[in-house]
Design a protein. Structure first.
Length: 454
């Protein structure tokens, strides 16, 4: 690892060194004018000692491997006059000759510090590799001490360009102060394993989940480890799920009411037939069961329509051709379809659900637009519209998309509600009203993507 790499991932103000069976090295390195803090400890206490580097005397390969198991995040510096090869093969980051420690303590201390920083760098990279979050370390002075690619991408820069720069060049200065203040206030004496999470919004309107952990040296805050995650999509999804949940509750309430009426008719008529032996009550009961069957079918269609469409389920669909197929699925009577030229616009959609959407719109137009209406499919700048030449919605436009609303007692009132559900599942918007010239009903589907001509 070169010095540039080490500078990019330097964490904290000091390198914490644990010396095991190396008293001379501990004294000489600790007294050197290098930013290290040396603590002499026993081998058995290594697991309880937070250290970036372990200076080890009598560094047999077995002892080096044991140290790495006891302090897995720390670099090992072996102090020995023997051949350094076995120590390096066992996992030591550096090997110091005792004469170097005695004669050049500052050089020895720098090599120990480099080994500790290299170990911290590797630990940082392992953490970064294990997460998709944008990760950085911010010093108490507000400068970036370490960044990963994801964090640098927030500023449109390379990691090396950001290290040493104010964190406020990437994040709002208020949020930098918030992070430092949160870490400082995590505990009266911040612990390295303390993690505090909060959410905030950046200047671009993104909702960020921020996790802050203090980096502690000598019992005080030395830096702050920060992980950012863009949760804007999650927030939008939660809002969408809440909206859908509310709609399902409304539908459930309407369904309960709509099902209860025909059930009451069936129960009442059959009871009368049994009591009076009058079979004339059977026919109304049968009509009520047909109503129940229609309601169940429409409720199932609405439930299927509400399932979110995933990108893998969509394809480029010819609007006019799909409209003609949908028209063939309904009982159109004397109505006429004007779908436009076959080589016209296309839409990115789940073809089967688009067919269902158009079928419901056509059925609604045929049922309400008069004895022989003309139904048109018109491309728009951001979607398409279905227009008829009947009387239009009038004052009922706002209620027309409510589940169960109908002006025809022979219909269930779930058709346009299903249209809205299919559109929502694609991420589209629906607008219901009368035609611009006031003649006929118009339902516009805004796909937010301009239809394309082949």
């Amino acid at each position: 690892m070169n010095s540039r790499d080490q500078d990019q991932v330097r964490v904290g103000a000091q390198v914490r060194v644990a010396a095991v069976d190396a008293p001379t090295a501990a004294e000489r390195v600790g007294d050197a004018d290098v930013d290290v803090r040396v603590v002499e400890t026993e081998f058995d206490a290594l697991a309880r000692t937070r250290s970036d580097c372990v200076v080890l005397g009598d560094p047999t390969p077995e002892r080096i491997r044991a140290v790495r198991r006891a302090a897995p995040g720390a670099g090992v510096v072996a102090v020995t006059a023997d051949d350094p090869g076995p120590a390096v093969e066992a996992g030591a980051r550096d090997v110091l000759d005792p004469t170097v420690v005695d004669d050049c303590p500052t050089l020895a201390a720098r090599r120990v510090a480099d080994a500790g920083r290299a170990a911290a760098a590797d630990a940082f990279r392992r953490t970064v590799d294990a997460t998709t979050d944008a990760t950085a370390v911010v010093g108490t002075n507000g400068l970036l001490e370490a960044v990963d690619e994801e964090f640098a991408a927030l500023a449109g820069a390379a990691p090396a360009e950001l290290v040493g720069q104010p964190a406020a060049t990437v994040l709002d200065g208020r949020h930098v102060d918030l992070m430092l203040g949160t870490a400082e206030g995590a505990a009266p004496h911040p612990e390295p394993d303390t993690v505090v999470a909060f959410e905030h919004e950046d200047d671009d309107g993104r909702r960020l989940e921020t996790r802050v952990a203090p980096v502690v040296a000598d019992g005080s805050l030395a830096a702050v480890a920060v992980a950012l995650r863009d949760v804007t999509g999650r927030e939008l999804m939660n809002a969408e799920l809440g909206r859908r949940g509310q709609r399902l509750e409304e539908v459930a309430s309407l369904v309960s009411h709509d099902l209860r009426n025909p059930l009451n008719v069936v129960t009442g008529r059959l009871s009368l037939a049994l009591e009076t032996e009058d079979v004339s009550h059977v026919e109304p009961a049968l009509r009520a069961t047909e109503r129940l069957s229609d309601l169940v079918d429409d409720i199932q269609a609405l439930a299927r329509a509400s399932q979110q469409v995933t990108p893998g389920e969509t394809e480029t669909v010819a609007l006019a051709f799909t409209a003609r197929v949908a028209w063939g699925r309904i009982n159109s009577g004397d109505a006429t379809l004007d779908a436009g030229p076959a080589s016209g616009e296309t839409v990115e959609a789940d073809e089967e659900r688009l067919l269902a959407l158009l079928s419901h719109l056509f059925e609604n137009a045929v049922a309400h637009a008069g004895p022989a209406p003309t139904v048109r499919v018109e491309p728009t700048t951001d979607g398409f519209a279905v227009v008829d030449d009947g009387p239009g919605f009038g004052d009922a436009a706002a209620r027309a998309v409510e589940p169960g609303f109908t002006t025809d007692d022979d219909r269930t009132g779930f058709g346009l509600a299903t249209v809205v559900a299919i559109a929502d599942a694609h991420g589209w918007r629906t607008r219901v009203g009368d035609a611009v010239d006031g003649a006929g009903a118009r339902v516009t589907i805004h796909t937010d993507d301009t239809p394309t001509r082949p």
